[in-house]
Design a protein around this ligand. Structure first.
Ligand code: TYD
Ligand code: MG
Length: 467
């Protein structure tokens, strides 16, 4: 018997089912199961090449992948050196964080360097986008704006430019607002997103033009839409930041053409996003000096060391002791507290502990353990950390301090920013001296606290006053 050409599909989650249900057994939505015949299925296959393909040498293929610099060094670094020809990048982020602003600036930067950029928006009118571009003082002569939601029309416009060799990049803002005529359902539903994305990926690969898609993010931080979207694209970038502050962070969670470790830092201002090439200085600008409960560390974000402040506050607990972490792994904090209790004789376990990384960053590297321990001990003992000190090292369960990877890089950044002391793991040996940076080594947490904490609030104040 011939195979059935009918299947039932949930228009909400795209689950394929054996028959009709009132409620989708996969996502729980009501009245979303639709009957489809195979011939009606959306054209969501990705076409990678027009002609029959033959294998090529890796060397030739690598040379064939030139990059388009965006003019924003922070973006280029996160991408791995610019947009790769024919690659597809998905930029996710919560509403209002600045995705459209970033891509308008990136689009203008590419247009100024490499040729026409087609910016297709299903969210804003041409007048709105043009107004914003003007406000960003973006060079707009080769930035072509299209307010359109039909993916076929966007691709027609793109193809026309690409065929005469005049298209450097396509931006689609956002994948949730576009739809394909040949596909059922409203824009934003799973089959529409998949069909539109597949057509855009095919376009990018066939014409060798990079395509950047904006993707909305749900409340819990997931990209709205099918996971398949993340599999289809080459690079997934996330744009986020503290809602109350102007700081914006760009990271790659997937990158076929570069590392996923790099961090791009921006500040949102009245004329758009400003790159922050020296984030350590920004993060440390508001640091309180001489206050107990604050310690500076150098965290590696990709190739770049970042100096950050860890803050801690301890208060006697009434009832069960609470742990409140922002930017620090709660399990890591629990371990550090247990080590401080057992190996440094600090009775911190019956205290409420609040730990915060200033600037809204996340510190999940073990190398920052020592700074967390010092901030906690400093608050508990009400003794500030020694002035101008950075702490670097991983803490082990027996109270030992282990060396932070790529220590020299971190120390060099601390020295560059005027830090004069560092506590690191070791036995008091080695270390090439960095001018002006006095390095103290500690083998145990106890020794590190001894070296890192000022004798008392009063005496440290006196010391600073004398300088
Ligand atoms: P937008 O790029 O529209 O965010 P998204 O596309 O991620 O939804 O940016 C929205 C916010 O950025 C908005 O609240 C206004 C602010 N903004 C500035 O502060 N300065 C600027 O120059 C621009 C263009 C926007
Ligand atoms: Mg937008």
């Amino acid at each position: 018997m011939a195979k059935s050409t009918t299947r039932w599909v949930c228009s909400e989650c795209d689950a394929s089912l054996s028959g009709w249900f009132g409620k989708c057994p996969t996502c729980g939505a009501w009245n979303t199961i639709e009957e489809r015949t195979t011939s009606e299925l959306p054209s969501d296959r990705v076409v990678l090449s027009n002609s029959a393909t033959a294998p090529v040498s890796v060397e030739a293929a690598v040379q064939d992948a030139p990059r388009r610099t965006t003019g924003l060094a922070e973006v280029d670094r996160v991408l791995g050196g610019g947009l790769v020809t024919g690659s597809v990048v998905l930029l996710g982020g919560p509403p209002g964080i600045g995705k459209s602003t970033l891509l308008l600036q990136v689009g203008a930067g590419i247009a100024a360097r490499h040729g026409n950029v087609l910016y297709a928006s299903g969210e804003e009118s041409v007048a709105q986008i043009a107004g914003r571009a003007q406000r960003l003082s973006a060079d707009a002569s080769r930035l072509l704006v299209l307010a359109e939601t039909r993916i076929e029309s966007i691709l027609d416009a793109a193809r026309e430019l690409a065929l005469v060799g005049e298209l450097a990049t396509v931006v689609v803002d956002s994948i949730q607002t576009v739809y394909s005529i040949g596909t059922e359902g409203l824009p934003g539903n799973v089959s529409q997103i998949r069909a539109a994305a597949a057509q855009l990926v095919s376009f990018a690969k066939l014409h060798g033009v990079p395509v950047v898609l904006v993707g909305h993010v749900t409340k819990d931080g997931q990209l709205a839409g099918p996971r398949v979207l993340e599999h289809l694209v080459d690079t997934v970038l996330g744009f986020d930041g503290d809602e109350d502050r102007a700081l914006r962070l760009l990271r790659a969670s997937k990158n076929r053409f570069g590392s996923t470790m790099e961090l791009g830092v921006f500040e949102m201002g009245s004329t758009g996003l400003r790159e922050i090439g020296n984030p350590s200085e920004t993060f440390l600008a508001e640091r309180p000096e001489g206050a107990a409960g604050s310690c500076i560390t150098a965290s590696l974000e990709g190739s770049r060391p970042l100096l950050l402040e860890v803050q801690a506050l301890l208060a006697p607990a009434s009832g069960g002791a609470r742990r409140n972490c922002v930017g620090v792994d709660p399990a890591r904090l629990a371990m550090i507290l247990a080590v401080l209790d057992r190996h440094a004789g600090l009775g911190v376990l019956d205290h409420d502990v609040f730990v915060n990384v200033a600037g809204g960053l996340r510190l999940f590297e073990p190398a920052v353990d020592l700074a967390i321990a010092l901030a906690v001990a400093s608050s508990h003992l009400r003794r500030p950390v020694v002035a101008d000190l950075v702490a670097l090292g991983e803490i082990g369960l027996t109270g030992e301090v282990r060396q932070a990877p790529r220590l020299e890089l971190r120390l060099a950044e601390a020295q560059r920013l005027g830090f004069r002391r560092a506590v690191v793991a070791g036995r008091g040996d080695h270390r090439q001296a960095l001018p002006g940076l006095e390095i103290t080594t500690a083998r145990s947490v106890e020794a590190a606290l001894e070296a890192g904490l000022a004798a008392s609030a009063a005496s440290s104040g006196r010391r600073r006053g004398l300088r």
